[in-house]
Design a protein. Sequence first.
Length: 118
Amino acid sequence: MLKPNVLRKKKDFSTLYNKGKSAGDRYVVVFCKKNGLSYNRTAFLASKKVGKSVKRNRARRLMKEGYRDIKETLPKGYDIIFIARNTIVDTKCAEVKKSMVSALKKSGLTGMKMNTKV
């Protein structure tokens, strides 16, 4: 059974890229847009510029772990895409989480009571 809180359709990705707000930080780029649902849908991407499959998978795991820690503080009803930059390769989870928080604040998801302490 598919999880409802994961972005999958090409149409959703295209809409988010074209009409959503974006912001970048040192390790992560974030695209976000309201989705009209009562929950957030997310996607975690790492292109081949990040590295081979082991490095890409590690980058996605780091972003998923960072999101797991901050998702309770985010407002509901958004589609969010996290894209790893190639600088994420040799970083720690705490640094990636700080980068994600910073990018989310820049993207306009303000009003969040985020704790950047690890």
